[in-house]
Write a protein that binds this ligand. Structure first.
Ligand SMILES: Cc1cc2nc3c(=O)[nH]c(=O)nc-3n(C[C@H](O)[C@H](O)[C@H](O)COP(=O)(O)OP(=O)(O)OC[C@H]3O[C@@H](n4cnc5c(N)ncnc54)[C@H](O)[C@@H]3O)c2cc1C
Length: 455
């Protein structure tokens, strides 16, 4: 049944008379201070310079050696860290989020932890337990932030499953799930049952160490979702490499069975779909239909995908088929098709189906708002938008001012924890940073207008 919610549109949004395209012309920059605009312009210009992104970690080490850690830290805080990170303490994060909320934007907190395959320190069980604690604190922080004045709405948080389970186990599970005669022991139902009962799980195709780590990982995942559920926080699980994604999706499917039933009022666990993969549209269609048939709520974060170069490199080295779309155009077409599929499901299933359009692309965002209007999906309902903190504020602000639900993905933590994480993210999002020229142009125009009094 199509919703007839057009009358619910806020007066600032598309009018009831017809859809009005959003203008991403930097008009909404008037909401930001001159200092913030100058920092954004400087940092985005620096990040568009490829050597800085490629050799970021080495440059950081050099600057610490030359300037000392205090001065080099102060420089980073005034620039890259200040632009892309909310802060270190709960209070700093709160201040940053309150500023966003005043601009009509919402927080999507992300703990910047991830496994580094070659680091021995970061692969022991204790490291994952530490990450679990950080995630539980992140859930509490996300919940606490929702109590500060600002746009109300579902509380969302972003989570990397490989912070709670190892990539070696995910690779093993992926090969079992994908392999011929995929192991029936590794069904979402069986994993969900193990999570719920807390009983030991033995999978015959895994060795003792793998079984033990799988069980510990399931307990951690269950613990974080259970806590998030009691705090009314919805968890958006990241998608990563194709060598891990089938395992990650299996774990998400097991969690969804337990936590996305309609009586829970979810979806509390969302998966991420990467449009740059050739098989994503088909996968999304199957998962959406399966959730519908099972009567489960369904939550999706739709992205283009961040690991293009690495996926292609692996395919080249292993002489396997490249899993990614042949070019940018094909990825964008795939994104539009996935978007259409999800918006149709949302319009049919209503609040049982949620979507985050996680993109900085003006065309995709504008297209989503147009289709939402045509399908009668309310502005601040089950469809929301997501962009990274410090990126494409001209898009986020225009959406927020028009009454759409917009979340900024916000990493937080100490300089030492966050800078390596940021550099890796910058390397993965190289094309976005290089493509932020339009944002730089708009920032420059607004600054000239303010400083020189131009039109
Ligand atoms: C809130 C949020 C959450 C995110 N979570 C995840 C996540 O869980 N997993 C993940 O992988 N990414 C994630 N991303 C990053 C995302 O996948 C993109 O890398 C990023 O947003 C750039 O895409 P775009 O639509 O914003 O911008 P655009 O500039 O329009 O698109 C750039 C993207 O197009 C694709 N592309 C570029 N060149 C080519 C080419 N030659 N051939 C094929 N495709 C090409 C790549 O995917 C590239 O990242 C997230 C982003 C946001 C904002």
């Amino acid at each position: 049944m199509l919703w007839t919610c057009r009358v619910l549109y806020s007066p600032a949004g598309p009018s009831v008379r017809g859809w009005q395209p959003l203008r991403f012309d930097g008009g909404a920059f008037h909401l930001k201070g001159t200092g913030e605009l100058m920092r954004a312009l400087l940092v985005l210009r620096l990040c568009a310079w490829p050597p800085l992104v490629t050799h970021g970690l080495a440059l950081q080490a050099w600057s610490r050696r030359l300037l000392g850690s205090r001065l080099s830290g102060a420089l980073l805080r005034a620039s890259v860290y200040g632009q892309f990170v909310a802060g270190e303490t709960g209070e700093e994060v709160k201040d940053c989020v309150q500023q966003l909320q005043r601009l009509g934007l919402r927080p999507l907190l992300a703990v910047p932890t991830e496994e580094e395959p070659d680091s021995a320190v970061k692969t022991g069980e204790a490291w994952y337990e530490g990450n679990l604690k950080a995630m539980l604190r992140c859930v509490d922080l996300s919940r606490g932030l929702a109590e500060t004045p600002g746009p109300a709405g579902p509380i969302l948080m972003q989570l990397k499953i490989t912070a709670l389970t190892s990539t070696w186990l995910c690779k093993e599970l992926t090969s079992r799930v994908r392999g011929p005669g995929a192991s029936v022991e590794l069904s979402p139902e069986r994993l969900a049952e193990a999570m719920d009962s807390g009983k030991d799980l033995q999978v015959s195709c895994l060795n003792a160490e793998q079984n033990q780590h799988l069980w510990a990982s399931l307990s951690r995942l269950h613990c974080v979702v259970q806590h998030a559920r009691t705090q009314h926080v919805r968890l958006l699980m990241d998608a990563e490499y194709t060598s891990l994604n089938p395992a990650l999706s299996l774990l998400v499917a097991a969690l969804a069975l337990r936590w996305n039933s309609p009586r829970e009022g979810g979806p509390w666990v969302w998966n991420t779909y990467q449009a740059y993969l050739k098989d994503t549209h088909e996968q999304l269609r199957r998962d959406a239909e399966a959730a519908d048939r099972a009567g489960l709520a369904f939550g999706v974060k739709l992205v283009r995908g961040a690991y293009l170069d690495k996926e292609r490199e692996v395919a080249r080295v292993q002489r396997t088929e490249d899993p990614t779309q042949p070019d940018y155009e094909a990825t964008s077409q795939s994104y539009s098709r996935c978007l259409e599929l999800m918006l149709t499901h949302v319009s049919r299933r209503g609040p049982l189906c949620h979507l985050m359009v996680a993109s900085h692309n003006e065309e995709s965002v504008r297209h989503a708002t147009k289709r939402m209007w045509e399908l009668g999906i309310p502005l601040d309902g089950p469809v929301c938008f997501g962009q990274l903190l410090g990126m494409c504020d001209h898009v986020s602000l225009a959406l927020g001012q028009a009454g759409y639900a917009v979340y900024k993905s916000i990493p937080y933590g100490s300089l030492e924890e966050v800078i390596p994480y940021l550099i890796r993210r910058a390397q993965e999002n190289r094309s976005v940073l290089q493509g932020a020229r339009r944002e730089q142009e708009l920032l420059g125009r607004e600054l000239r207008r303010r400083l020189l009094g131009g039109a």
